[in-house]
Write a protein that binds this ligand. Structure first.
Ligand code: PLP
Length: 356
């Protein structure tokens, strides 16, 4: 089977061996306060910083999912409220989860075909009364549901505009696939079952010194996953509860194996260009019309319900799993993951199938 679902997605084939190694090494029976675990945890943090070019003064936390990070941000980093800028289902869900926790979420929704940078620059609310109602601005950099992305330049403009706030960015379906401007935001969150080619069940939450300071000031300590507890433990490369040691081990092995993000970024962007070019050439209707807004890692193709159903069924017969549509586009799109674990050969196989 070839997996083009945008998460969980194709696993790196080396995982078969890494899984056996994990078993044989005995690490899975070790306590999460043991030196053995701490050493693995330490290497993962340093490999993440090294391979993904994450600034050395940012703190990386192990959590269980991207969804958990949404909640941690709402619980431990939000005092006045959060403002959610989104154009799709994941960004919206984040806003709804946050609102359930603190009842202080506001929303800035933009259109699928709208360039967020223009909207942000045109919007006259700079440092106005309105922005006194929130201290965290939440963005979904890669909106997996519709295949749009927000570029580094736009994130930077948002950071400059809301410079009193923390900027939190969901990069669940792009971290490990493309280069991100880490310095442009304070909080980044992702999980490993997308661009990192691992099984689900491990999330990464990355915080700037400014975000850690805010957590310390707020000092929220009501939950098992309150950020100050996570931070206390992470100073010793530990977690507050027994973490997904298997996935942390596998992440270490995958990080050792992959190239630096600059190299991966080139390949992914090049593949994305080729995908969009190919799809247009063969008459497929792309969901995202403005090429500047198209995602590099998740490609959405639009069509009539019948056509979409037929192509997904036929693909399955040919041992190819395409991504279903999501949210508003559930029945009228299919999605193709352009994740680093997918090989050129597999992409050619899918292209051949689509031509027929
Ligand atoms: C997949 C995804 C999530 C949810 O990830 P979990 O690890 O299942 O919590 C959140 N945001 C985006 C953008 C996603 O693509």
């Amino acid at each position: 089977m070839l997996y083009f679902y945008p998460g969980p997605s194709k696993l790196y084939p080396q995982l078969r061996e890494y899984l056996a190694d994990a078993y044989d090494s005995g690490i899975l029976s070790m306590n999460h306060r043991s030196t053995e675990f701490v050493n693995i945890s330490k290497s993962v943090i340093s490999l993440l910083k090294d391979k993904l070019d994450i600034p050395s003064d940012y703190t990386i936390f192990f959590v269980s999912s991207a969804t958990e990070s949404w909640e941690i941000i709402a619980q431990s980093l939000t005092k006045k409220g959060s403002m959610h800028i989104f154009n799709g289902a994941f960004g919206q869900k984040w806003g709804e989860y946050a609102h359930k926790i603190h009842q202080k979420a506001t929303y800035l929704q933009f259109d699928l075909h709208e360039n967020l940078l223009d909207k942000i620059l045109d919007d006259g609310t700079q440092n106005s009364k309105e922005s006194n109602n929130f201290d965290v601005v939440c963005l979904t950099q890669n909106e997996t549901s519709n295949g749009t992305q927000i570029d580094n330049k736009t994130i930077k403009a948002i950071t400059e505009k809301y410079n009193q706030c923390l900027i939190a960015v969901d990069v669940t379906s792009s971290m490990g696939g493309i280069e991100l401007g880490w310095e442009n935001a304070d909080i980044w969150l992702a999980s490993v079952q997308k661009c990192l080619g691992l099984p689900a069940g491990l999330g990464l939450l990355i915080c700037s010194p400014k975000a850690i300071k805010q957590a310390t000031n707020i000092n929220e300590n009501k939950y098992y996953n309150s950020l100050i507890f996570l931070h206390e433990n992470m100073q010793k490369f530990q977690t507050n509860y027994t973490p997904n040691v298997l996935n942390i081990y596998l992440l270490k092995r995958v990080l050792e194996q992959i190239e630096n993000i600059k190299i991966i970024n080139k390949r992914i962007k090049n593949n994305a260009q080729n995908w969009y070019h190919f799809l247009q050439q063969y008459g497929f209707d792309l969901l995202v019309k403005n090429e500047e807004l198209r995602s590099d890692t998740v490609i959405a193709v639009r069509g009539e319900e019948g056509f979409i159903r037929q192509i997904k069924d036929k693909a399955k017969e040919a041992n190819i799993i395409l991504g279903n549509g999501y949210g508003d586009w559930k029945n009228t799109t299919f999605r193709i993951a352009n994740f680093p674990a997918i090989t050129d050969e597999e992409i050619h196989f899918l292209k051949d199938f689509l031509i027929k």
